[in-house]
Design a protein around this ligand. Structure first.
Ligand code: DGY
Length: 325
């Protein structure tokens, strides 16, 4: 009798999201929703698995893939897939999928929320109230900076960047963008204007990083880039921490080269509570929650399961990100 395919899922997902796999496979899940699966357990599961459903926090490297003789698909629950060694997967004929589109608007909402929170000092002001230190109303108490009518510079004009540009035009902002390739359609749709990176950095009041993490974009924001920004400008990152040289950002904040930052992502996650970036009151920090709404996370889990189901049935899912046929 043919063995039923085995699927390992690296976090506990709601049962309702597993539906596409129920008749097709034996499924097992790491027993925790909020803690990553230990490496030894992942390696052990990979030895048997036909498919693994992974998260941004699971490094899927060559060594893991080499120890997985039956593996046909790695389905990452996220639009980013920089945690996976694509080259190794290509060489081994393993399909890698992601979950694009369904998280676009949710992540654009959070990116814009982070921009607003940074400009208007929302978390700082909330902390003032909660700590009991709000003694009097004051004309400049917790005064922030305007967002409407300012210039936003979006670095990485993909689907999420386009969503942020649409929100920005609702705030009557002037929208600049920088991208590997020019996006004429997006320009027409959002009124965004293409700018070389240097110009974007010099002219924007909010520089928003949404480019994917690749060999080309790694550490693309260094002290040099922050120094090109206006001293009154904010840097917002909702992509990956790896795009930023964090030491350069700390120095730019110390030297007051920029007015502040809003960060949903860090080089190392979870970020160490003693990290110097967390010591600045003008840095708003979040725990990588760009796509974290109940609705969207469920849709992402379902799509990640559907991607596996396609492969197990012998079809090619739409969301394949590597070159395997
Ligand atoms: C994504 O979808 O890439 C989010 O950052 C979560 O991993």
């Amino acid at each position: 009798m043919r063995r039923k395919p085995y699927v390992f899922i690296t976090r506990t997902l709601p049962d309702s999201t597993l539906e596409p796999l129920l008749d097709l496979a034996r499924i097992s899940m790491w027993e925790e929703a909020d803690k990553p699966v230990p490496r030894e357990r992942l390696e052990k599961e990979a030895e048997e698995a036909d498919a693994i459903l992974t998260m941004v926090s699971d490094p899927v490297d060559r060594e893991l893939l080499e120890g997985a003789p039956n593996l046909r698909v790695v389905s990452n629950m996220g639009v980013g897939y920089d945690n996976i060694d694509l080259q190794a997967a290509d060489e081994m004929g393993i399909i890698v999928c992601n979950t694009p589109d369904i998280l676009t608007e949710t992540t654009a909402d959070l990116t814009f929320a982070l921009l607003l929170a940074s400009a208007r000092r929302i978390t700082e002001a909330s902390d003032l109230v909660r700590s009991g230190n709000w003694r009097e109303w004051g004309p400049l108490l917790m005064a922030g900076h305007d967002v409407y009518g300012k210039t936003i510079g979006i670095v990485g004009m993909g689907r999420i960047g386009t969503g942020v540009a649409k929100r920005a035009s609702g705030f009557s902002m002037n929208v600049l963008y920088h991208n590997r390739t020019r996006r004429k359609e997006t320009e027409n749709e959002t009124g965004a204007a293409y700018a070389p990176l240097d110009r974007l950095l010099k002219e924007s009041d909010f520089v928003v990083c949404l480019a994917p993490l690749t060999e080309e974009t790694k550490q693309m924001f260094t002290y040099h880039e922050f120094r090109l920004m206006k001293r009154s400008a904010f840097f917002i990152n909702a992509s990956r921490g790896g795009l930023v040289d964090e030491r350069g950002l700390v120095k730019a904040l110390e030297d007051k080269q920029i007015a502040g930052a809003g960060l949903d992502v860090f080089q190392e996650e979870p970020v160490d509570p003693g990290h110097p970036l967390l010591s600045f009151p003008n840095v708003t920090v979040l725990p990588h929650i760009g796509s974290a709404t109940v609705e969207t996370r469920k849709r992402m889990a379902q799509l990640a399961c559907r991607n596996i189901a396609y492969v197990l049935k012998g079809y090619r899912p739409k969301a394949v990100v590597n070159r395997v046929d």
